[in-house]
Write a new protein. Structure first.
Length: 326
């Protein structure tokens, strides 16, 4: 069994910041476990700018922002394992994990930080009708295709939902030459926190339909089109308002949900409505020595806020580890 003082599960901005903060206050062995092939988490695919102003006083892209933390991790000689999936977390602070290099292995730690972030809800959450044909993706998945994998999700695209990532992806697809035929919202206001993103739809002549919903998806092997209906002020369907739009891809802007599966396995208490891990006054979970930070605690939040919260958690973990040594 491998022995470490502090293990951080998740190598996104929250996990990196927590590990850095812990190392700056504690000289023990720290390990970061990351399931992707590089550190940085979701920010690796966020190539637009707007990050770092409140921390570095610079306007950075997502990769530029997170690279500053990766560089600090390497400077502090904090160990990390990539392409590593944590299979389960025990209440005795033992971790079972697997990767292609080590196979299945166990890790024991004095303290553990869960920094697994958030994940997109699946299509079923939207309760969409129609067949399960190819060409239907979440906007986050599409963003990864374009910015990291180098693939286009389609050429004639409809986006359902107006969250921040949806509007950013609409702009990105237009830049890459796709025809974003329409962005659809079932409410009377857009969901994006950054309302200025609506300007990008105007800049690229992308139609925005408010108070509409999808009632049918056509296509057998791959999506061929959708049917929309207009909603009234009570969100009831207006008769005779059906409209067909052809497309070869439908992108779904769904809510983000804390990735709390490991926490639930370990019987760590989470808030049922939000899925967020609960922390006590010592910033620990209900299991002594197990902490959490980032999106799995706060839900979707600005990276700067996530980092600041994670710095605090890292310092609290270092205090716990120091007292553990006494």
């Amino acid at each position: 069994m491998q022995q470490y003082d502090i293990v951080v599960i998740g190598g996104g901005p929250a996990g990196l910041a927590a590990a850095i903060s812990a190392k700056e206050h504690y000289e023990g062995k720290i390990l970061i476990l990351e399931r992707e092939n590089q550190l940085g988490g979701i920010l690796n695919q966020c190539i637009h700018n707007g990050f770092g102003k409140n921390i570095f006083s610079e306007d950075l892209t997502g990769p530029e922002f997170v690279q500053k933390f990766i560089d600090k991790v390497k400077k502090l000689n904090i160990s990390y394992k990539l392409n590593t999936t944590v299979l389960n977390l025990g209440s005795t602070k033992e971790i079972n994990a697997v990767n292609s290099e080590d196979g299945t292995f166990k890790i024991s730690a004095k303290a553990i930080i869960i920094a697994t972030g958030c994940r997109e809800r699946p299509r079923g959450f939207l309760n969409l009708p129609g067949s399960r044909c190819a060409g239907i993706y979440t906007v986050g998945c599409a963003q990864k295709f374009i910015n990291i994998e180098g693939y286009m999700p389609g050429k004639e695209i409809v986006i359902l939902g107006t969250g921040d990532i949806a509007l950013i992806v609409a702009r990105r697809l237009s830049i890459e030459g796709a025809n974003v035929k329409v962005v659809i919202e079932s409410k009377s206001v857009i969901a994006a926190v950054d309302k200025k993103l609506c300007d990008s739809l105007k800049d690229f002549n992308i139609p925005l339909k408010m108070m509409y919903k999808v009632v049918d998806i056509q296509g057998k092997n791959r999506i061929e089109g959708i049917t929309l209906v207009k909603l009234d002020s009570n969100s009831e369907v207006i008769k005779g308002s059906e409209e067909h739009i052809s497309c070869d891809a439908l992108l779904l802007s769904v809510d983000l949900y804390p990735d709390n599966e490991l926490a639930r396995q370990a019987r760590i208490v989470v808030n049922p409505p939000t899925g967020q891990i609960k922390l006590n006054e010592k910033l620990q979970t209900n299991i002594s020595g197990v902490f959490a930070c980032g999106g799995v605690v706060q839900g979707y939040d600005k990276p700067e806020n996530v980092v600041k919260q994670s710095y605090v958690i890292g310092e609290s973990v270092s205090l716990y580890a120091n007292n553990f040594d006494i």
